[in-house]
Structure formats: structure tokens, C-alpha cells
Design a protein around this ligand. Sequence first.
Ligand code: PLP
Length: 401
Amino acid sequence: MLSYRQDFPILSRQVYGRPLVYLDNAATTQKPRCVVDAITDEYYSVNANVHRGVHYLSQQATERHEAARETVRRFINARSTSEVVFTRGTTESLNLVASSFGEAFLHDGDEVILTVMEHHSDIVPWQLLQQRRAIVLRVVPMTDDGALDLEAYERLFTPRTRLVCCAHVSNVLGTVNPIRRMARIAHDHGALFLADGAQSVPHMTVDVQDLDCDFLTFSGHKVYGPTGIGVLYGREDLLERMPPYQGGGEMISRVTFEHTTYERLPYKFEAGTPDYVGSHALAVALDYVSAIGMDRIAAHERRLTAYAMERMAAIPGMQLYGTQPDKDAVVAFNIEGIHPLDLGTLLDRLGIAIRTGHHCAQPLMARCGVEGMARASFALYNTTDEIDALVAAIERCRRMF
Ligand code: PLP
């Protein structure tokens, strides 16, 4: 994967006079030149508002926007582009489902199952919904090594369970949750299944039909695409029955002051001018990773993760969180006697970018008995040399305390 580094101009810059070692990929990935070029090209040579224009540029921009939808459809193997809704990102996708699915399908007393390792964006929207609907949230616990307790999961189902929402990959533990199996269990109990793919779509092949999930969410910026664009996949028959999330242009068929009818899918959920520059650049990013091969990327990142886990486990005072054998691209840790914020700050001075804090997963921090953790996370362009640099830098920090 070394040869792909040259596609990412930012990786050759220096910080504090040192080569940048970028290990904050779970927060956002760096962008290959082709993605940045796609944004520039869109603005320099195609820019026009989509869908309503009769003129040449508008038609070309519309074609690109809709071609991007088809690229996303192919990438996640959705059945139809009607099932691909462009949003601002995972967070907006999850809010859309909580709000709209909640409106159509959830009644007082109905239950939604979440897991203890959910990102805040898969917790708070459901709590907001609780202000409108007296729904009950049930939480799947986990084992000490960071696996969901599937027996406890099965026991959470009741005749009122309507939906399960689960991170495909934990942004803290790196645990790859057994989504296919969990979705089957949900379906056996008459419930639907949402997979939060924010941390899986950038790292492995994600096929919504194979996983048999009813909803999937992900963010463009975590899969080498631009910020501000993301995706909600939803089964067409469900989306058909869900009300619009926001109102405005694009999402209507006909408006009078007395009555408004809505556009067909997926436009019903896309009020206002869409991010057609972002959708085009996201498609370029997905084509880029597809050309490399998601399976190759996954294999490379799993190797890096296993290498990092092994090397870091050997550091005295090291506490690693999430030790599932086939975990993915994320290593969260604490070093005895060093606050993670201090560690992050010191590593930064050595040119190494990691993330520290609660990682938008405070219930998970509470489960692990800590306020925060340090986290290194990997992408296709990272190398074992960079992990060696991380380990050497941690050792150096340890000696300072
Ligand atoms: N879900 C998971 C598992 C995440 O890791 C993240 C971001 O880190 C999100 C949701 C939210 O993504 P975004 O901030 O791009 O909406």
C-alpha cells in the first residue's frame, strides 16, 4: 500500500519540523488528489444547481449527481438508487431515521435496542425522539474484551421491540460486530436492523443485501471523500412509508397552500439544494478505493492493527481497550500515570496525530471505567514504520513521566 501514499499530498508535509504521522483516521481520512481535483473540476467547469435546470451545465451537474448515487448503490450493493439518500453524514442519517422512522413506526411503549458501544450520534437522536414518543431504549452490554454479549442481546427482545441500531465497527474498540447474525436475530423477533457503517464502510466490503440490514449509514469524509456528504441506505418499502424529514425545495411534487404532495424516493428525503459537488467527489473517492480493492485495504489494515496491538501490548503500563482478535483499524489505550490528553499533546509535538478524549462514546467510557482514552486509527496509507514511530514516541513520553 506504500505506493498509494503519493496520492495523498498532505502526507508529505511536516508538522513542527517533523514528518507527519497521521493516525487519526477514524475521525477523518486524508483525501487523495483525485478527490480534491474532482471538487475543483466541478466548480471550475460544471457548477450549476441540479435537477430543475434546462440548461447544459445544470443537466451535466445533475447527471454527475445521479451517477454518484449509482456509484454509491453499487458500492454497498443496494437494490435501487431509490434506496440511496444523500445526507450531510452519518449523524444526519441517524437523525433522519430516528425522526422519520420514529414518526411512522414507533408508538408509546415500543422499544429500540442500542449497544453500549454506540457513538453519541446513535444515542442522542433516540433520546430526542423520546421527547415526542414514550419509547424505551434497551442497551446490549459487552464483555471485558470488547465483544457484544449476544446472549444478553437475545434476551433484550420483547414483543414491543421494533428496531435494533448497532455500530458495524466500534470507533473506540475496533470490534467488528456480527451484523449479519444480529440482523437475523432481530428479524426473527419481528424487528428491523440499522447498521451504523461509519467505521466499516471505509475499511471493508459492506454489502447491505448480504448483511440483510434494513438501514445503513455512513459518512463520506471517513472514506477519503469530502466533508459534508454522507449516505442513508434504507429498504425502499420502509422509506416509502416514512414521512419527509425536512421540507423545502427538491422534495416536493406539488405545493399549494392547502396541500403538498412529495417527490418520489429518494428525493422525498433531500430537501433543498443537495451537495452535488460533494456527491461527485464522494463517488470519485469510492471509485478510488474500489480500484485498489476493499479486500486488499481490509487485509492491509488488519495486518497493521495486529502489529500495533502486539507492539503496544509490550509497553509497560499499557492498557489496551478492545482486544477482539479480528478487530479493525483502531487501537484505543491508556498508559498508567499519563493522562491521555497529555500523551496526545506530547505525541503531537513529535509529529504524531492521534485523538484523545471520550471519542463521542461516553457510555462506553463509563463501561470501561475511564473518562477518556488515547486512540490511534489506521487507513490504507499507514505503514508499520509509522506504528514503530508511535511506539517509540510513547516510550519516550513514558520516560518523561
Ligand atoms: N458513528 C460512528 C461509529 C462514528 O465513528 C462516527 C464518527 O466518528 C459517527 C457515527 C458520526 O459521524 P459524522 O460525525 O461523520 O456524522
